[in-house]
Design a protein around this ligand. Structure first.
Ligand code: NAD
Length: 257
C-alpha cells in the first residue's frame, strides 16, 4: 500500500468509527469548481490589497465601495457559473450515510447546498454571496439582480427603496462573524467525534479555531489540503492533495472499493 493509500484507509477507518462527523471547508474545496481561493498564486489577494476591503472603509467612503464592487463583480462571475465538484459530492454522500453532523464552511458560494447537502446541515460562517442587503432598511436583493446592474455599468449600486448602501451578505474583514452560526459551530465542534478539514489554510480567525476546539474536546482531526496548514501538527491524519481526488478515494474505500 502506498503512503497515500494508507492515509486514505486511516481516514475511512476514522469515519467508520465515528457517529458525528463534521466537515469544515474553506476556499480550497471549491477551486476544482473554478472558483479561485484568495491566498494561492493567482488568487484575489495577488491582484487586490485586502486593506482596501475593510468594513469600516466600505461604509465610510464611496471610493472604497467602488473598489469593493469592482473586485466583487469579478469574483462573482466564476462563482455564479460554478458547479459542485467531487469533493462537494463526497460530503453529500457522508450525509446520505448518516455520518454527517454538519458542514461548517467559510465559503460563500452555496456549493454545498447546490451539491445536495441539507441546508439546515450547512453552517455558513462568512455569510453568502448569493444575496445582497441594504445596510439601512435591510431590504434583500438576489445577487443576480445587483450583478446585472454592475454589468450594465453601475459602479456603486444603491438601495432602490431607501437609497441606502448595499452590501453582499458576506462577512468582510473588520466585520464580526454571525453570532448564531459562530456559537453553533463551536458548540457542534465540542460535541463531534471527528472533524475533517478540507481546503482551508486555517489562517482566518476565529474560524480556524473551530477545528482546534474539536481536537481539544477529544475529537479526531483530519486535514486534507493541497498545501501545509497552520494546524497540521495538531491533526491525527494530514493528507496533502486535491480535495476532489482525496475525498473520492475516501468514499470509495468506505463503500468497500
Ligand atoms: P485560503 O485561500 O486561505 O486557503 C485555501 C487553501 O486551500 C490553501 O491552503 C490551498 O492550499 C488549498 N487548496 C486550494 N485548492 C485546493 C484543492 N483543489 N484541493 C485541496 N486544497 C486546495 O482559504 P480559506 O482558508 O478558506 O480563507 C479564505 C477566505 O476567503 C474564506 O474565509 C472565505 O470566506 C473566502 N473565500 C471564499 C471562497 C468561496 O466561497 N469559494 C473563495 C475564496 C475565498
Amino acid at each position: 500500500m502506498s503512503n497515500l493509500e494508507e492515509l486514505i484507509q486511516k481516514v475511512a477507518d476514522l469515519i467508520r468509527q465515528s457517529e458525528k462527523v463534521i466537515v469544515f471547508t474553506g476556499a480550497g474545496v471549491s477551486t476544482e469548481s473554478g472558483i479561485p481561493d484568495f491566498r494561492s498564486p493567482g488568487g484575489v489577494w495577488q491582484k487586490y490589497n485586502p486593506e482596501d476591503f475593510y468594513y469600516q472603509k466600505f461604509i465610510s467612503s464611496e471610493e472604497s465601495r467602488e473598489k469593493y464592487w469592482k473586485m466583487s463583480r469579478e469574483f462573482y462571475e466564476p462563482l455564479k457559473n460554478a458547479q459542485p465538484n467531487a469533493a462537494h459530492r463526497s460530503i453529500v454522500e457522508l450525509e446520505k450515510m448518516g455520518k454527517l453532523d454538519c458542514v461548517i464552511t467559510q465559503n460563500v458560494d452555496n456549493l454545498h447546498q447546490r451539491a445536495g447537502n441539507s441546508p439546515e446541515k450547512v453552517i455558513e460562517l462568512h455569510g453568502t454571496a448569493i444575496s445582497v442587503s441594504c445596510l439601512t432598511c435591510r431590504k434583500k436583493y438576489a445577487r443576480e439582480e445587483i450583478q446585472s446592474r454592475l454589468l450594465r455599468g453601475v459602479r456603486v449600486p444603491k438601495c432602490d427603496q431607501c437609497g441606502g448602501i448595499l452590501k453582499p451578505d458576506t462577512v468582510s474583514f473588520g466585520q464580526s462573524m454571525p453570532p448564531r452560526e459562530t456559537e453553533e459551530a463551536f458548540h457542534r465542534a465540542r460535541n463531534c467525534d471527528l472533524m475533517i478539514v478540507i481546503g482551508s489554510s486555517l489562517a482566518v480567525q476565529p474560524a480556524a479555531a473551530i477545528p482546534l476546539e474539536a481536537r481539544e474536546s477529544g475529537a479526531k482531526l483530519v486535514i486534507i489540503n493541497r498545501d501545509p496548514t497552520y494546524h497540521d501538527s495538531y491533526a491525527d491524519v494530514v493528507i496533502h492533495g486535491s480535495a476532489g481526488e482525496v475525498m473520492s478515494k475516501i468514499l470509495n474505500r468506505l463503500k468497500g472499493g
